[in-house]
Design a protein around this ligand. Structure first.
Ligand SMILES: [Zn+2]
Length: 265
């Protein structure tokens, strides 16, 4: 009897030790095991051509971070916003470090100061407002970098309240089991999918989040075109899988996930 009780107690201890990472951290709507956020950077034509129709066909809403917006696409982006997708700030000119890729020297982050970068982010908010009529927007840092003239501008950006959140380009295993209400909005994780990405790999990321009760924030660039491109067929296969698993996975915008988590801590 004593031995049985001891074993039971030991088993409970093991459970207790495992529990903090095994239980659902955020109460997602309709008992969903995890939330999936689909984000697309750089205002690319292949997103308008392939992503928006694929998401619309299933009623899913994505998050599109716009930079270097082409005049010819203004009406299309306006329709994307009217369709319920989220438009986010990715700065006007997408300045990254000059070591990232060859760029006009006036539009590398070394040529900026934190103040001039914030000014640019504020200006991009004006374009976003003209496109979607919204007063506030989230942001993704170009290249996942938050340096201007060598200084990190995130604290200035947080104080200025110009954006509601800042998404980066990396995630950790802990993010899949995050209590999303407690995530620092200035450091939103994301996992990038590019050339060679398969629907299978994308689904595996969702499974990680399901096991952790957290979220999976996807980062895409081109889809079936442009650069860092995921094949359109693989992206469609993944969207079809999400549609077939609506009961267990909630697909929403990044702002939508953050707002829900905050309202249901
Ligand atoms: Zn970008």
């Amino acid at each position: 009897m004593m031995r049985a009780m001891f074993l039971q107690a030991a088993a409970l201890c093991v459970l207790a030790a495992v529990a903090p990472t095994a239980v659902a951290q955020t109460r997602w709507p309709n008992g969903a095991k995890a939330t999936v956020v689909l984000t697309y950077d750089d205002a690319l034509a292949s997103q308008l051509d392939h992503v928006v129709p694929a998401l619309d066909a299933e009623g899913f809403k994505g998050t599109f971070f716009l930079a270097n917006v082409q005049q010819a696409h203004v009406d299309r982006w306006r329709k994307v916003a009217a369709g319920g997708h989220e438009l986010g700030n990715h700065t006007v000119f997408h300045a990254c470090s000059k070591t990232s890729y060859p760029a006009d020297p006036r539009y590398v982050s070394e040529a900026y100061t934190p103040a001039s970068m914030l000014r640019e982010i504020e200006q991009q908010n004006v374009l976003l407002h003209a496109l979607d009529g919204r007063q506030s927007h989230g942001m993704a840092t170009p290249c996942g970098q938050s340096l201007a003239g060598g200084a990190d501008y995130l604290d200035d950006l947080r104080r200025a309240r110009l954006v509601t959140y800042v998404r980066g380009v990396v995630d950790t295993p802990d993010d899949a089991r995050a209590n999303v209400a407690k995530v620092d909005p200035m450091h939103i994780p994301a996992r990038g999918f590019g050339e060679g990405a398969t629907a299978e790999k994308m689904i595996a990321y969702v499974r990680e989040a399901e096991q952790g009760g957290g979220w999976a924030v996807f980062l895409f660039h081109g889809v079936g075109g442009d650069y860092l491109a995921v094949p359109d067929a693989e992206h469609r296969k993944f969207v079809a899988w999400l549609a077939a698993h609506r009961g267990e996975v909630w697909v929403t915008t990044l702002q939508g996930a953050l707002d829900w988590a905050k309202a249901h801590p």
